[in-house]
Structures are given as C-alpha cells and as structure tokens.
Design a protein around this ligand. Sequence first.
Ligand code: ATP
Ligand code: MG
Length: 356
Amino acid sequence: MSITSLRLRQFRSYDDFSIELAPRVNIIVGPNASGKTNLLEAFQVACIGSSFRAKDIELVKFNQSGSKIEMLGEDTSRTVKIKKQDDKTVKQITIDNVEIKRLTINKIVPIVLFEPENLRMINGSPERRRDYLDNILEITIPTFKNTRRQYKRALAQRNRLLKQENRIIKDQLFVWDVKISEYGAAIIEARQTLIKRINKDANAVYKGLSGSNNKVKLVYESKVKTTDVRSGILKGLNQNLDKDTLRGFTSIGPHRDDIIFMLNRHDAHNSASRGETRSLVLMCKIIELKIVEETFQQKPVLLLDDVFSELDTKRRRALTAYLKDYQVIITTTDADSVLEHFLKDTNVIALSPTQS
Ligand code: ATP
Ligand code: MG
C-alpha cells in the first residue's frame, strides 16, 4: 500500500499541517529543527501505532491536550488520536471509520525506518543492537510486543525484590524467575531465528554494497549457555542469586546479551573501518526490508531520516538502487545531495523553519 496524504494537528512541533505524497520518491527538505524527524515519527505512529523513540505523551504538542494524525492510503484511511489525561494518555485508533482497540500486526502498514542512529549501532552499546533486532521482531511476530513488555515488567519486579534487605524475599523471587525464563526464552529464540535469517543474505548483500568479498556474519552472544534456553535461564538465575542480591540487579537473561558483527572472523566493533561499519548497517537495513516484505507480503514504505548526508557517494548509489520499487520518504537538509540520485518522479516538499 502506498500512502497518499497525512494531516497532523497538535503533533510535536506541528499545529495544523498537511502533506500529499507521490507513490514513489518523496523528499522532505528543511533546515535543522524544522520538523523533519517529527514528520517521519508521525508516519510511524500512523502506520505501526507507536513511536520507537518516544512515549505517546511526548508526541502531543507542548501545552496542548491532544494530537491527531490522519493518514490516507490508496483505498484506506486511518486516524490516531492521542489525548492527555493527567500524566497519562489515551490513544484512539480508527481504520476506515471503525475504531479498533489495538493496532495488531494484520492492521499495520509495514514500514522500515532508517535513521542516523542506526549507523552507530555497531560501535554503540549492546542495547542498541538488541533494540535493533527487537524492533524488527515487534512488527513481524504478533506476540513479540507483549512478550517484550512482560519480560521488562518481570525483570523490574525481580530487581526491586533483589534490592530489599529482607531474606524472605527469596520465595517471592521464584514467581518472577519463572516469568523471566518463559518470556526470556521466547525473546532469545526469536532473536536467534532472526539472526539466522539475516545471515542467509549477509554475504551477498554486503558484496552488493561494498564490492568486497569479506565474509560477514552476526553471532548471538548470550550468557545462557544451553540449547534449552528456558531451563538455562532458570538455572542461571539460581546460580547468580547471591551475586545478583549483592548488586541489586539480574545478571543473566536477554537484557544482558549482545549481537556480534563478525567481519572476516573479527569483531567489527573493534576492527572495522568507518566505511565498513556503514556497509554493515546498510546491509542489515536492506535485509530488514526483505524480511518485512516477506512477512507482510507487501512492500513496506521506507522512511529515511537524513541518512544520505552520512553516506559517501558509492553507498548512496548502492542504497538508491535498492529503493527502486518502494515508496520512500526521505528527509534532508540538503536537497541536492539526495536529488542527484533520483531524477524522475520525485516529489519535493520544502519545510520552512516556521512551517511547524
Ligand atoms: P534536525 O535536522 O536537526 O534533525 P528536524 O527537522 O528533524 O531537525 P525535529 O527533530 O523534527 O527537527 O524537531 C523540530 C522541533 O520540534 C524541535 O525544535 C523540537 O524542540 C520540537 N519539538 C519536539 N517535541 C515537541 C513537542 N511535543 N511540542 C512542541 N515542539 C516539539
Ligand atoms: Mg531530525
């Protein structure tokens, strides 16, 4: 499905703003702080129901009581309303005039977001790499969002108990240990399956981007060392109980795992050049595009937040070649750097500093 238009009211920096989209390439040009990222975030909320970078309450324009996003597609319309109620928010989603409780996967408009933050994934903290996988899993596995939420909740409860002085807490810990092992195993197994899928295409896509025959592989690194992940976590929680009690946090589980990017059998985190790390991330994004497309059996809409400025000409060209058949929304501060790669059918929208 391609998106035809979007209207925002009291969303982030926008008061009342509308935009029409072309079915292929859309380039949003504007200086810093003109609302480019906010606009892509609005597309994200309309398509998948929430933002990856913020809670709903942060999406409402400062000093306003609610936001509204209206999005039209070829033969569908949807509205997302976010209303502030005290410190909380209430979200109301309507698709084709029917109000729905939650935006389940079958009602998602598939998107792939590529932002400069992604480029810091390999050299950044393990959390960035874990979140990268988990965000893909959230939109490709119907139960994953809930699994992730339940895991976080159980972990927070266990950590809270660990910090208490009273030794009786040990009995209460067991309930949370069971939940952590159940949800934790589901998370680890889903991540491992996703990594296998990424690895299937890794060498070929990397070669297409960089021209090199370097061998690329992602490796899941876990403190849980067994094939029976669930009982492995439970055992690990037990074994580390004294240490965890002393430190006041849980030292084993998917929240402590990492994803290693191997480039010719070396950890890219320590050895890869700047260009190589960019190629690795681009490779992941292109494979993500394929995975989302396979899952939904339709082409996702691509949101590129100012990434062209981070890439050299060779990689820009390689990325552009992959974007040929998709609807893309690209933001940039510098129109020329993007336009030279898209000569035909390009819709350019300029945001002025005062637009939003
Ligand atoms: P850059 O090129 O630097 O990435 P940008 O065009 O992507 O800039 P945005 O991140 O979209 O800019 O932010 C535009 C403005 O929106 C910022 O000045 C920010 O302070 C403002 N803003 C963010 N959240 C809200 C909100 N809830 N209400 C009002 N304004 C907000
Ligand atoms: Mg931005």
